[in-house]
Design a binder for this molecule. Structure first.
Ligand SMILES: *[C@@H]1O[C@H](CO)[C@@H](O)[C@H](O)[C@H]1NC(C)=O
Ligand SMILES: *[C@@H]1O[C@H](CO)[C@@H](O)[C@H](O)[C@H]1NC(C)=O
Ligand SMILES: *[C@@H]1O[C@H](CO)[C@@H](O)[C@H](O)[C@H]1NC(C)=O
Length: 546
């Protein structure tokens, strides 16, 4: 007991209030990797967590045969498929987090390098792809049994959408921006009363270079309802309702493109919902060097960028603030963790995105503390055992783990005889907050309303072994991302107003908070709600904002 108290005291001295600092020499503070499956049959190129705690994953359909048979002996016939005209294997699965099991889904047209978003009713809408799939919209509704599957709507997109990005909007629609040789955007559902279905956006033409380093543009919905769009090195605030660029920011310093195939990553840092004007800050990290692509074609793999830029887009005169990661990285995935930190995971230290174009897998994730002391914001995590290069992906799970899958830098499924074989495994990374040494601080939510309303006060109850003190609790919501090609579309965290705690029983507490102020701050739909106490998050609870 005495030892425990002493340790506890030491721990408190080390970590509170100096929360910005993690002593990464302690292995328990570097997180843990777990192999969930050696094979899920497909290589997870795209991932989305659904409100039923299942993760939808898919790759492309024209890689050749995957390692998973299609259910019901159904096959896909595609005369334009470059590898198999008749394919009886699956290229999409649905993974159940709770049981760690998966089953094959049926996708009949090519989903390669496509995009997606979840509608307010929880349905995943996936848009575009390649070849016979480039104009297709596919939906997948969450269901409790084992019956849900893709529904495909051919030719529903007005343009070919290959390498486009999506964002859910405050009015419930999805905006689909760009794609290869597409300098325009469109909406889902389509506006039937409007004559032209796709609307031109010259910014996308202007930011295209010789290697098309403006694909998968970084889109973030800002708290004022406008869209932040970053392509290549440039960025704008875009009023999509009036097709008007409201402002252009200075280019990110360094002349290195950050979008695919240069493939840095981007997040909208956590939004603090307040009574005064709500601020918004974008962060972009890593990417390939500006000459990486032509050099990789010739077999020279240049060092990736180690710089990150932060831009407070709501400032009067926004300026990029640059920082250095402890190591360079291209094709890293940036995800917001429930405690408000950002994890940067997967990717390579040299080369670029594209077939066979990267080397030096970066196996160690980084955790970045946005509010930490300058020059002391990054911590280096434990190394994964597998490289996760081109076509790898990662999403946040309900319980705070990161699900990691995919990696296939080859045109086919090449499981042997290559440097970085097609990876069909599934792993999870547990960030340090999941370590048992934090259990005494970990809140467990025992009661919450599943429906939140805008501006409306609500309360939830939680238990915690040791309550620190008032002012150490906050409530926040996260919109799960559609992740592919190092960009997590629709990802956002809103730290809700409130946080006042009262004790209502032995180790039982009530916290009062307010639903988000506006649909611009948090569009309608399903979110994961987390209570954070002393820097340690609870498991996520699904709530619906309506
Ligand atoms: C998957 O791989 C295993 C091991 O190589 C093999 O035995 C099995 O037949 C494969 N299944 C399919 C559907 O390709
Ligand atoms: C649909 O198009 C019409 C005509 O262009 C326009 O007036 C209306 O605002 C549009 N609706 C939406 C939801 O954008
Ligand atoms: C990958 O496998 C295909 C056959 O499935 C083969 O034609 C190709 O050469 C392999 N690629 C490499 C890089 O070995």
């Amino acid at each position: 007991m005495v030892t425990f108290l002493l340790l506890h005291l030491l721990f408190m001295i080390h970590f509170y209030p100096e929360k910005g600092r993690i002593l990464a020499s302690d292995p328990r503070l570097q997180g843990e990797w777990h192999l969930l499956h050696r094979s899920i049959g497909i290589s997870a190129m795209h991932m989305q967590l659904m409100k039923n705690n299942k993760v939808v994953m898919f790759d492309r359909t024209d890689f050749g045969p995957s390692n998973l048979s299609l259910p019901g002996r159904r096959c896909r016939y595609d005369p334009s498929d470059e590898v198999l005209k008749k394919d009886c294997t699956a290229h999409s699965i649905i993974y159940d987090i709770g049981t760690n099991t998966y089953r094959a889904l049926t996708v009949q047209t090519d989903t390669w390098c496509s995009s997606g978003a979840v509608l307010q009713d929880g349905t995943l809408v996936q848009t575009g792809g390649f070849n016979d799939g480039d104009h297709v919209i596919r939906t997948l509704a969450p269901c409790s049994g084992d019956i849900c599957d893709w529904v495909e709507y051919p030719r529903l997109l007005s343009e070919r959408r290959w390498y486009a990005s999506n964002q859910i909007l405050p009015d419930g629609r999805v905006i689909i921006v760009g794609g290869r040789a597409q300098f325009n955007y469109e909406f889902y559902p389509r506006n039937s009363s409007s004559s032209s279905e796709s609307i031109s956006l010259n910014f996308l033409r202007e930011t295209r270079d010789e290697y098309e380093n403006n694909l998968y543009p970084f889109l973030h919905l800002l708290p004022d309802g406008n869209l932040f769009i970053f392509a290549n090195t440039r960025s704008i605030i875009f009023d999509y309702k009036h097709n008007a660029i409201l402002r252009e920011f200075p280019a990110i310093p360094g002349h290195d493109p950050r979008n695919y195939p240069s493939s840095g990553s981007s997040v909208l840092l956590p939004i603090y919902d307040k009574n005064s004007r709500v601020e918004a800050e974008v962060m972009i990290c890593g990417g390939a060097s500006h000459n990486a692509y032509p050099l990789a074609i010739q077999g020279t793999f240049t060092r990736a960028k180690s710089t990150c830029g932060r831009l407070k887009v709501t400032d009067e005169k926004p300026a990029w603030k640059m920082e250095n990661m402890p190591m360079p990285r291209v094709m890293g995935d940036m995800l917001i963790l429930p405690d408000g930190d950002v994890i940067i995971i997967n990717g390579a230290g040299s080369g670029t995105a594209g077939w066979e174009y990267a080397r030096n897998p970066v196996k160690r994730p980084l955790i970045y503390k946005p509010n930490g002391k300058t020059n002391n914001r990054f911590s280096v995590m434990a190394a994964a055992s597998r490289p996760r290069l081109y076509h790898s992906t990662a999403v946040l799970l309900t319980d705070g783990r990161i699900l990691v899958g995919g990696s296939n830098p080859h045109i086919y499924y090449n499981f042997t005889g290559v440097d970085y074989p097609t990876d069909i495994s599934l792993e999870s990374f547990s960030p340090p907050y999941l370590s048992p040494q934090h259990d005494f601080l970990r809140p467990r939510v025992i009661g919450v309303d599943e429906i939140l309303s805008y501006k409306k006060e609500f309360s939830l109850t939680f238990t915690v072994p040791e309550f620190l003190k008032m002012g150490t609790v906050s409530v926040r919501i996260i919109a799960p991302s559609f992740t592919t090609h190092a960009f997590s579309m629709n990802q956002r965290m809103v730290v809700l107003k409130g946080g006042g705690v009262s004790s209502i029983g032995s180790n039982v507490y009530r916290v009062d908070a307010f639903g988000p102020s506006t649909p611009e701050i948090a569009p309608l739909g399903y979110y994961l709600l987390f209570v954070v106490h002393g820097g340690i998050p609870s498991s996520g609870m699904w709530v619906k904002i309506q």
